[in-house]
Each structure stands twice: as structure tokens, then as C-alpha cells.
Design a protein around this ligand. Sequence first.
Ligand code: ZN
Length: 105
Amino acid sequence: MGQPLWLGLLNVSVMPTFIGTSLLFYVAQRFDWWFGYTILLFVPFWVLGFFVWNFGAGLLIDRLLSNRPSAAVGPPCPHCTKPLASKYAQQCLHCGADWHNSRTA
Ligand SMILES: [Zn+2]
């Protein structure tokens, strides 16, 4: 998948388990349930933690740490004000304005 092993383990093992266990302890305390009952919720909480981490926080962190263009946005185009693909973009994908080789940009 082109990512280091530690990152894969973090994403599919460590963080879902951490989030699932945290929810488990929260529910056990909040509703004052015996832990033996709440442990039954570990699997659905783990799955919830997996999705929250990988499709919420994971995508957000990935977006913040990378400079790849994505559906999320860069600064507005100086010509048409629509969002550029990234903060490093030198051409607008909407109006085609191009400031490659510009020394001031
Ligand atoms: Zn533009």
C-alpha cells in the first residue's frame, strides 16, 4: 500500500482498539454497568473506532501532512477566485490561469 508497517499497524490495529476500549470504559462508567456486560460492545465499538479513525481522523491527518492535490482546497485563484488544487498550485484547474515561471508568485 506504499506506507510503512508501523502506520498500517497504527491504522488497522492500535487506534481502533484504543478508541473501542475508550468507548467501552466510557459506557461502563456512564451507565454504571458491570464491565462483563459492556465487553459485549467491544466488537461494534472497535468497528466504529476503525471507521472513525481511518475515514475521519486518518483522512484529515493525511490531508494535512501531504501536499497532494485533492478535493479539499488550496487558496483561491487570483483570477477567478475558485479554489486552487493545493497551496503550491501554479495553474488554476477552473479557469486555466497559469503562473508557472512567474517570479512574483
Ligand atoms: Zn482560476
